[in-house]
Design a protein around this ligand. Structure first.
Ligand SMILES: [Zn+2]
Length: 240
């Protein structure tokens, strides 16, 4: 039950998110609509994709109704495009306006060249803007930190990884996730130190943690906070 099958479930709305979960215990198929608009289809093991597809088609109306109920109750922040963007990492706040000619930032306003209702387009532009903003603000911070601590890397990359805040590859590229912009500055600094330490110790070995501990004595609790910090990334970013 994987991607292939998800493809069969062509979503009605662009924001819809289906998850198919095989369960050893399930005797029948069931559909749950979760609080974040995730439609979970629970199926007994070895159910054929076509059967799942038919089951979803039969329950289409019910799913749509459940999703729109959800939309009604929910404060609009989760799925709708934002009117305000707050980036805790750099302590700044922007208002957002839609329907401009091109993507640009004027004063404290981000102008997005798509109408508010066209979420996929808006999302794409705002992701681009986040990337630019991260390059402008986070990369210099990383460079400064590297200079201070004497770590070296070849290249920095800003990306929108779905599951990681950052990474370091043996080829010497350090990657930062632009979603770091939504986190508290001390967490961003910690992630940067973590990746910088990887320039010396690739794996999460004991030596690695010892090294990180020299710079971040409180690294255990910071790591835990980082793990839970995805909750600070607003839903409109569209990465999870
Ligand atoms: Zn690591």
């Amino acid at each position: 039950m994987t991607e292939e099958q998800l493809d069969l479930l062509a979503p009605h709305q662009p924001d819809e998110h289906f998850v198919i979960r095989e369960s050893a215990r399930a005797k029948h198929m069931a559909i749950n609509v979760g609080a974040h608009g995730v439609v979970e289809v629970v199926v007994p093991r070895h159910t054929r994709p076509k059967i799942v597809q038919e089951f979803v088609a039969q329950h289409r109306q019910w799913i749509d109704r459940a999703l729109s109920e959800l939309e009604k109750d929910r404060p609009p922040i989760k799925r709708a495009m934002p009117d305000v963007i707050e980036l805790a990492a750099i302590d700044r706040r922007w208002t957002v306006q839609y329907g401009s000619k091109r993507l640009q930032e004027i004063g404290g306003t981000v102008h997005v060249p798509a109408i508010h209702e066209d979420r996929p387009q808006c999302r794409q532009h705002l992701q681009q803007w986040l990337k630019n903003t991260a390059r402008e603000h986070l990369v210099p911070r990383l460079n400064g930190l590297a200079e201070e601590t004497g770590f070296h890397y070849k290249k920095v990359q800003v990306r929108g990884q779905r599951t990681r805040w950052g990474s370091y590859s043996s080829s010497g590229t350090l990657s930062l996730n632009y979603c770091l912009l939504f986190l508290q500055p001390e967490l961003v600094k910690h992630l940067m130190m973590h990746e910088l330490c990887h320039t010396r110790e690739m794996s999460h070995s004991r030596r690695f943690w010892r090294l990180l501990g020299e710079y971040q004595p409180d690294f255990r609790s910071l790591e835990r906070r980082l793990d839970g910090a995805w909750i600070d990334v607003p839903g409109w970013v569209g990465l999870h």
